[in-house]
Ligand binder design. Sequence first.
Ligand code: SF4
Length: 367
Amino acid sequence: MRGIAAIPTYVVMQPTTLCNLDCSYCYLPFRSADKRMPVEVAAAVAGSVDTFARAGRFSVVWHGGEPLATGRDHLAALLAPFGGAVEHHVQTNATLIDDAWCEFFAEHQVRVSVSVDGPADRNGDRVTRGGKPAYDRIMRGIDALRRHQIPFSALCVVSDPRPGAAASLYAYFLELGCEVLGINVEELEGVNKRANRHDAADVTAFWAELVAAWRRDPRIHLREIEWSLRYAAAVLDGSADDLLPRRLDPIPTVAHDGSVVLLSPELAGFHDPRYGDFTSGNVLTTPLGEILAAAAETPWIAEFLRGVEACRATCPYFGFCGGAHAANRYFEHGRFDTTETDHCRNSKIRLLEGVLDHARDHEPTAV
Ligand code: SF4
């Protein structure tokens, strides 16, 4: 894997900066402001994306802010310019989902992923703008999805990865009925300055416990565990070098005003004296394909690519990780050409070690 691909597999769209919640670990800088994406921005992206979609499966992920805070009529207007070959997804806090939104998802074939961190006592960081717990509202939204039989994925932030937490968490999501589960260990990034350094043995044991729970009842696609097992299988059959994509997915994030940040959505909205505003262009003046073709000319991206090469040269986990995310390097180290971060220790190195520990504990004994 070297350099950046000219064609992404998905694009992240920010229909509004606004979020109706105020979670303590949120990284978004403008979540109390309602800056909405005009339809012209969506139309400009659609012009490029419909070409990308001809090359293979392509997704548009409506993120935020809280994308449903855009309102159904405006979100429908933003979806309208895209052709039928594109898959639409929303990543939502679920609190605004009601029967009318469920009908909207079905009508527009929008796939839904909800953010929920487990049972009520694990959602203490998820609060309304008035500081009240948001869990009941989240569950009302998920109940509406279940009533309408709309399949959904779940994204769970874990702030305290430790043994004893994973099995009950997995049991919760089995009960919830999601089809796919992603587990994100909380990250220090954006406006979230909370430390994310944890005891190595605790984090490894958390992942090992999670893989054990999943193997007992693998009804859910558990994103991180399935990635790790795919990598382990590829190492065993000698095909690990082919597992990472040949080039980095550029993951364009299109902000409400049409500006484009590549590789790490979390950098959108930030500014640094060395790197400027991290943008690589604006779809209102330059087609997205042209912005992507010139990606490596963005100064911070050239520095990040040097960091990826440093990872390749020094890190035994590179074949699994591919160099992790630009935003974590920036927000943890203030630059992009470094290697290890607490994020990659928690979510790459200890993940793989946890899966391997589980495998070692379950080796058949010699007879
Ligand atoms: S685990 Fe960390 S140091 Fe290793 S390749 Fe990934 S980002 Fe680089």
